[in-house]
Design a protein around this ligand. Sequence first.
Ligand SMILES: [Zn+2]
Length: 347
Amino acid sequence: MSVAFIYNDIYRYSNFGNYHPVLPKRISNVYDFTQLLNIRNNLNFFFNDVADFNTLELFHSKDYLEVLIETEKSQKISKDNSKKYNLGTTSNPIFKEMFRRHATSTGALVLAVDLIEKNYNYIFSPGSGAHHGKVNMASGFCYLNDIAVSILVLKLKGYNKILYFDMDAHYGDGVIDYFKYDSDVFTISIHQEDLWPRTGLYKEDLKNNILNLPVKRGFNDYQFKKLIDKNIFKKIDKFRPQIVLMQMGADCLIGDKMSALELSNNSMAYIIRKIKILCDKIIVMGGGGYNPWVTLRAWIYNLAELVGADYPLTLDKHAIEFLKNINYNSKPKDFWLNSIQDKPNIF
Ligand SMILES: [Zn+2]
């Protein structure tokens, strides 16, 4: 099976601001670290461009896109527009590449669709996954909704069995609320109950293909596996997806302080492995993830699972050095510095 890794260096040099939870280099770390691993030999690397305006307009309103582009240029926004478009706030600050960075993460998913059409099986785009973005405003660090745009591109190409699986601790409101009456798109979200944006109450509506599963604090691997095996997997099987998009926000993992969920990265690998049984076209993207080691290791593990590399993923001294050199405001656990897989819990 062929695997493509889509990347752009804009993630390295753009920055939401020094006190913003989205850490600089969280995406470039994934690219750089991959270069230190044997799985790089099983990957085809692609460096994408920004999505064009017309493509962004499939989902976003013209006025919002124009304001976003203008704000990037001028680096300022009026009070009215700030309120209307939710820009220039603590969550969605004005920064130098605020439009281009998100237009790039969208361009990556548009390229992903192209590559799928060219018979690539698995696509990995860690910089994508902005699931809170709204039609006419930014939300929750997401200025554009790269996922919704790419689903609309898929629909234009005639796909009518699209599965969106959202693992992020937060409810994927920007994507799910938009497609909730669209039976071509089956959306599944597992997220922490009562966590921002606090919508995404339990809902199972298989006529419209929507499954929202809020879970309690402390949700762990055992409960995750049970939920997949006893509930979700059968429903996905029945839907028979032509393509699966997976938002793998690493804030659902133990060690990420943005949520109180306690999954290990083995849960992520497990769901990717299960989905691979049912579908041979999968786009895996990033999303939330605010602890640099937890996030990096999780997404590397996701990538390895797509490649189907043998485990354990061995790290040489350069890879270990890389992990040691990551700076953060709290100390890493010892095993974060010398292994990719979390400690096996139930798997
Ligand atoms: Zn999140």
